[in-house]
Write a protein that binds this ligand. Structure first.
Ligand SMILES: [Zn+2]
Length: 170
């Protein structure tokens, strides 16, 4: 079977001289477009298809607690210690553990995976006005994805620090 190679998968020009962050920004849209185009499978019994259990009190502390519960779950699954939830209008609309190891996916960060989960559940690529809660500050890749999704604010860490609105290339 012949597959067309997406533009983002084409060989890249030499970039060894570029700083890592600038390299990521230079890949920019192409990388994310490549990511967005493929299906994402959930590990058996993991978030993706089942209903999301909403916290009793729709407060930032509860959403952060959920992100940290997912962080712990990621560890139990043998993945990296990160968790994230996407919240809009006081409801969790998407969530994920880190899926890098369990999906063999270098882009399977918890934040990016939570954005994907929210998009699937909302049946929309726009998560306009939503807040991204995560156990750690989103990396540049995840921040760029949040930017494209229309995330209004990123909140992270045990003390609920705000990183503000996502920017495309911090
Ligand atoms: Zn990330």
């Amino acid at each position: 079977m012949t597959e067309s190679i997406p533009r983002a998968a084409m060989p890249l020009p030499p970039t060894a001289a570029l700083p890592r962050r600038r390299l990521l920004c230079s890949l920019g849209v192409g990388v994310l477009a490549g990511v967005a185009g493929r299906s994402v499978s959930a590990a058996p019994g993991e978030a993706g298809d089942g209903p999301i259990v909403q916290p009793r009190d729709p407060e930032p502390e509860a959403f952060l607690a959920r992100a940290f519960a997912l962080r712990q779950r990621a560890l139990e699954l043998g993945d990296q210690p990160y968790g994230a939830v996407v919240v809009r209008a006081g409801r969790i609309i998407g969530e994920s553990v880190s899926r890098v190891v369990i999906d063999f996916d270098p882009t399977g960060h918890a934040e990016l995976s939570a954005l994907r989960d929210a998009g699937r559940r909302e049946r929309s690529a726009s998560l306009s006005g939503a807040v991204l809660y995560s156990s750690s500050r989103p990396c540049p890749m995840c921040e760029a994805a949040a930017y494209w999704a229309g995330i209004a604010e990123m909140i992270h860490g045990r003390d609920g620090r705000s990183a503000g609105a996502p920017r495309l290339c911090g």
